[in-house]
Ligand binder design. Structure first.
Ligand code: G3P
Ligand code: CA
Length: 346
């Protein structure tokens, strides 16, 4: 009975969101990308409003007008890609309650230690800190959470399905998390990722997909060893993370020389926004080498001190720094910003 009620609740919820998709589809003009050449990437779905990396959050991001929907990926013990940000389960699911004795010595419950069947028994909730307190207290209530961990193929089928039914062409933006660590666990990610993308028709350089990774060697493997020409984005914090998991720090910034090298295997960079704040030239340097710049992460409920409003931050990055796209937890706000900005070509 409980299972039936949960399912009914889920169907009603998803149906409401789908109705919203159709309503938005009827009223939205063409995508920001088509109109303005700049993209809105839904960071972990509509994660400002619903728990990250759930089908519900992806469908809401779709309805809010995202150009691309991001998913982070980890592999289960039985080799299935699931949509989750961490290689651990405990910050976004109730794994501690369901499998109290399955933590490793380091007190982490690893995705790679669980089968897909086991992971499907968990409920996803809003991200918490190690002490169980919500990371963003003003977001979706922890106690209402009845969401599943989706597989990557479920996510793709949702987006592809909505693209067909709404006649839009929203892209996907998968990030393989810690591929060198996964390889050490006997779970290499790169080939398996390409196989799935190929199966769903993501082929060639103009496919509506960006593959992102913090590990440069993983992208080189995708490009040179596996021969993909799909768009690749190297994510950077202050360091490039090399294959094997060893951080190799830049001297200070992403230099022009380093960008030159990145351009030999990637189509763009995904620098943390602070990298651009300290060196706005980075965007031009990247553009001069044919690299797009997609920065992260813009959160209306976690504004950097120098900005009074979210629109001010969006303006600074989209217009002044001239990034090509940004990851945001608040897709609707970025879409509205781009549509109302007067000096962009429409
Ligand atoms: O992938 C872009 C951005 O999402 C990187 O940060 O930690 O949210 O995956 P993270
Ligand atoms: Ca990510």
């Amino acid at each position: 009975m409980k299972g039936y009620k949960d399912m009914k609740r889920k169907v009603i919820f998803l149906s409401s969101l789908l109705i919203a998709v159709f309503l938005v589809g009827l009223t939205l003009p063409a995508s920001s990308e088509e109109q303005l050449g700049k993209i809105v990437i839904a960071h972990r779905g509509a994660s400002g409003y619903l728990p990250e990396h759930t089908l519900e959050a992806y469908v809401m991001a779709y309805a809010l007008g995202a150009d691309f929907i991001e998913t982070d990926l980890a592999l289960t013990k039985d080799g299935v890609f699931v949509c989750i940000h961490d290689i651990y389960l405990e910050y976004t699911t109730n794994v501690k309650e369901v499998f109290p004795n399955r933590a490793q010595k380091d007190k982490h419950w690893y995705v790679a230690d669980f089968s897909l069947d086991e992971i499907k028994q968990l409920n996803v909730h809003e991200r918490t800190r190690a002490n169980g307190i919500a990371y963003f207290p003003s977001r979706f209530p922890l106690s209402f959470s009845k969401f599943e961990v989706p597989t990557f193929t479920e996510m793709i089928e949702l987006i592809r399905g909505l693209n067909k039914s709404t006649d839009r062409n929203v892209g996907i933006y998968p990030e393989i998390k810690k591929p060198s660590w996964h390889t050490q666990q006997g779970l290499p990610m790169e080939e398996a990722l390409l196989e799935i993308l190929n199966r769903y028709g993501y082929n060639g350089r103009s496919a509506k997909v960006f593959i992102q990774c913090f590990e440069n060697e993983s992208l080189k493997k995708l490009r040179f060893e596996l021969g993909t020409d799909l768009p690749l984005i190297l994510l950077t914090w202050e360091t490039i993370w090399n294959y094997g998991g060893n951080a190799k720090p830049f001297t200070s910034e992403l230099t022009e020389d380093i960008l030159e090298e990145i351009a030999t295997y990637a189509n763009g960079i995904g620098p943390h926004k602070d990298r651009i704040e300290v060196n706005p030239d980075l965007v031009n340097w990247a553009h001069e080498r044919g690299l797009v710049v997609h920065t992260w992460t813009m959160r209306a409920d976690s504004l950097p001190a120098q900005y009074r409003t979210f629109d001010e931050e969006l303006h600074q990055f989209y217009i002044i720094y001239n990034v090509d796209g940004l990851f945001t937890d608040f897709t609707d706000r970025a879409v509205q910003f781009l549509r109302s900005w007067p000096s962009l070509e429409k």
